[in-house]
Design a protein around this ligand. Sequence first.
Ligand code: SAH
Length: 365
Amino acid sequence: MNAKPIDLRELTREEVIALVAELGEKPYRAKQVWEWLWKKHAPSVEAMSDLPKAFRAALAERAVLRPLAMAEQQHSDDGTVKCALRTWDGHVVEAVLIPTEERITACVSCQIGCSLNCAFCATGLLKRIRNLTAGEIVDQVVHIARLSVELYQRPLTNIVYMGMGEPLLNYANVMRSTERINAEDGLGMSYRRITVSTAGIAKMIRQLGDDGAKFNLALSLHAPTDAKRSSFMPINDSNSIAELMGALRHYTRLTRKDITFEYILFRDINDSLEDARDLVRLCSQVNAKVNLIEYNATGDGRFQRSPADRALAFQNFLQAKGITARIRRSRGRDIDAACGQLANKNRPAEDGGERLLKPAAAQKP
Ligand code: SAH
C-alpha cells in the first residue's frame, strides 16, 4: 500500500494513460477512466462499473477519488439555494444556485477561506485554509447543476467564480477546472458561460492574457482611486489601479475579450458623481462595462448600502457617458448566500471561524 494515495483527478490525461499502462491494461481503458472522472463523475473507483473487477481493485490500491459531498442546503425565499459541501479532509465549501428568469447560475468557491481581507467581505474574516483542487471546483458545478434540474427542471446556464476565495491565487486549479467544465469529455459548457472574478492580481491577469484564457473576466474594482481602494482592499497596496489597468490592457489585447468591473456601491464612500466620473475614466482605458452591486451587510456596520436614488444617479451618469452599467440586485440575502456573505455561518464557535466537520468516514474507493 502506498502511504499517500494518488488523487485520480489530480492527474493529467497523460498521467492517467501512464498509470493504466503500468497496471497492464489496454490504452482504451484510460479513456474510460478519464470519462468516469470528468464526465460521469464516479464517486469511487469501485463505481466505475464497466471496468473489469480486477482492474478496479488494482487501481483502487494505487489511487482514490475525493469528491465533495453535499452536507447541507439552505433555501432562500427568492429561490436561491446555498449548499455546504464537505471535502474529504473535513472542510466545508459553499456553492450557490441562483435562479432568475433568464438565467440559472452556479456560484462556486475556489479556496477554503481567503487570504485577501477585503473589509466588506465576510469570507475575508476567515483565514485561508487551502486551495480547492480542480476536481473539487468541478464537483460544485456538478452538484449545483443536479440541484437545478431537480428543483427547477432547468439546466445551468452560467457559472461564476464568485464564491469563497481568490481565483487568481489558485491559478492552475482554476484554469484546469474551467477547461474540464468546457471540454466535450467534461461538462461541455461553453467558456462564454463562465465568469471568473478577481480582486485584482496584476501579474496573474497578464498570465491570463498570455495563456489565452477564454472565459469572461470580472475585476472587483469597487473604487476608482488608490486611496479609496486601498482603504478597504489591502490587495490594492501591492496591485495599484494603474498596474491593474496595464495588466487588463495586456489581457484584452491578447484575448480580444471585454472586461467587467464590479463596483459595490457603499453609501458616502464611493457613490458620488465624482467617483462616477473617475470610474468613467478607468472604463474608457480598457473598454469595460460596469456591474453596480448592492452591498450586503456582513456585520460590523462600517459600510452601508447606497440609497436607491443615489445608485440610480450613479448608473445614469455612467450611461450618459456611453458606458454599459447595470445594477445587480442582491439574491439570497435572507440565508447569507449573497455576494460577500459566504463564511460558513452555522459553524460551531470553537473552530476559530471555519466549520470543521468530521472527515468523512474513510472515503475508500
Ligand atoms: N475574490 C474574488 C471572488 C469572490 S467575491 C473577487 O474579489 O472578485 C465576488 C464578488 O462579491 C466580488 O465582486 C466581491 O467584491 C463581491 N462582494 C464581496 N463582499 C460583498 C458584500 N458584502 N456585498 C456585495 N458584494 C460583495
